[in-house]
Design a protein around this ligand. Sequence first.
Ligand code: PEP
Ligand code: MG
Length: 750
Amino acid sequence: MAHSLESESRKLLGRLKETLAEDSAGQERLDRITHIIADSMRTEVCSIYLFRDAETLELCATEGLKPEAVHITRMRIGEGLVGRVAKFARAINTGNAPAEKGFRYMPETGEEIYSSFLGVPIQRLGERMGVLVVQSKEARQFSDDELYALEVVAMVLAEMTELGAFVGEESGLSALHQRPELFRGTSGQEGVAAGHVWLHEPRVVVTNPVADDPAAEKTRLQEAVDQLRVSVDEMLSIASTSDTEQLQVLEAYRMFANSRGWMRRMEEDIDRGLSAEAAVEKEQSVARSRLQTVPDAYLRERLQDLDDLSNRLLRILTGQGNETGAEMPEDPILIARNIGPGELLSYGRKLAGIVLEEGSVGSHAAIVARALAIPLVIHCKRITTEALNGDKILVDGEQGVVHLRPDEQVQKAFMDKIAMQAEAQERYASIRDVPATTKCGTTISLHMNAGLMADLPSLESSGAEGVGLFRTELQFLIRNKVPRRAELAALYGRVMDAAHGKRVAFRTLDIGSDKVLPYMKPNDEPNPALGWRAIRVGLDKSGVLRMQLQALIRGAAGRPLTVMFPFVAQFDEFKTARDYLLRELDREEKLGHTLPSSVEIGAMLETPSLAFAPRQFFEMADFISIGGNDLKQFFFAADRENERVRRRYDTLNVSFLTFIEQIANRCDDTDTPVSFCGEDAGRPVEALCFAAMGLRSLSMRPASVGPIKSLLRSVNLTEVRGVIDESIANGDQSVRPSVLDYLARQGWAF
Ligand code: PEP
Ligand code: MG
């Protein structure tokens, strides 16, 4: 019995394959296919609905329903039974369609006489393409076998759709991945870029979904799985045993690669007539649609592992490796689901922009993107399934928006924006070597933030006076183990060489919270941002902190050294950390190493508590650097990574600005230099208001130095302060509207 069902299914697929091979128009093919399926499944009706746009399904061919309804009947995703199949990517099988939840009557189709309904999604790798439906008059549920057979057919239709088999004037269908698409994500790094898509993991194309020799296909599948197992075992044997997360993933890979259930399902698909790669894809699609609905994080991760593994298997089967022979465009915009910092760094400055489906603002990839000043947009759902290598793409890292295959108008507006920015950059170059002195004669010193050797050339080109924040995490994040002291000393030395005597403020390792080292045992903390992080880790595990301090002393090799400690919450922590540095200086001297010519030791003020520390703290600190990203999240109790709340409170909120002023005053009392190095320092209006509240030093991404200098040079700070004071006196929540209004009157628009 099973055997005859399988051979019937193979026969049906064989007939579909013939239509694919025929030289006929898209509509003709669709019509033939509905006829073949209805005939083979012995149903009165077979209909194919395909997506017209991302939201709308259209009846594209039917056997049994009224032909006049073709290309007329449309429904939105989620609407009616067909819309529900598409929305939930799940089959609906009922003997009494009108009684089914969500049923919608479409009079023009004449479907009211058909009682039973079986609809399955046409989908490929998580991409919804349409719905395949069979209906019959007899009020009975379809059997599991019939459902399975229809799913197999739907898989072949998905591949045919992908291959463009239904494209044509009559069908009104254009090839997939041709339409302009707009993606709204989240900004991970500011900046705009125009370029061409470069997929981190290129799409696999399956040109042979149907195969008529199941034995041969099973052998191919078995051989590919064997090869996959060997490669997973190899990865396991070279994986570092301390990297528990990586081991966990690889163990999950191994489990799937040896899973009988997975293998059995794929073999059954092959028995039904699918080729080995189409079988892998079918099971992968099922797992992907489940991925979207599983609430359990652990299970979701495992399904994700299965997805990765299926991709590897597909590459083996199709011979389409990561190297598809495609050439990287000159202006590549990298598209990936997610990417690790090491992989991203290996692309380096080649990339014009980055777009991720997942990621987070504080992720390692975002840190690298920020360090490399590459525009980054994250949370762009579906972009890896939509984008094709070489597609034109525009990335707006300011708005968090991505235009894929933009139409001419969008492209023109975007290019105008880029041209305006380029023009402005030229203007900034002309003031590169003059100070940021305001109309009223106050000079603000502008520094840049850095984190990589590759950032240092910007010191010269941006006109920054020095590096106000050198984040040292990256060198720790991109390795599998703690970097060696000599390596770090050499790097710090090179950074100082490249700074040509300009001051570089090295911040000691700031990990924990969102920045988890690959080789660090993940701590299950209920609230990591408030947890064991930064200097807290440094003081508890002083070995690494001391090693880094030694590397900094050696890197300085007789030059001035500036060190600051992150996330100091109370005086005592600063004292202890400072003592470590003083002790290391002693020790290095005893060992005969050259000491730095001078040493400055500062603290980052990132928790409100430190602003209220005893006067002695301010006296002891050689300088203070306000880490505004963290300070703001703690001041407003609003997680900087949580999309729901992170933009809720304005930096120019009166309470926050007043707090900044208090910090500036306290530092002023003890003559302690103070600077602001959070992202807000790189935003013109914010930077201006900070200056008005008394800050005289700001550190920002290199690209911001020019715009901010240009604004500062054009304004009278006393007047700005007057505007702010008036706004405060008025009881405003934020001074932004008043300041923007003032600036508009001066001819500035933001
Ligand atoms: C900050 O918190 O403002 C800061 C500069 O540090 P990071 O963004 O690296 O936490
Ligand atoms: Mg911080």
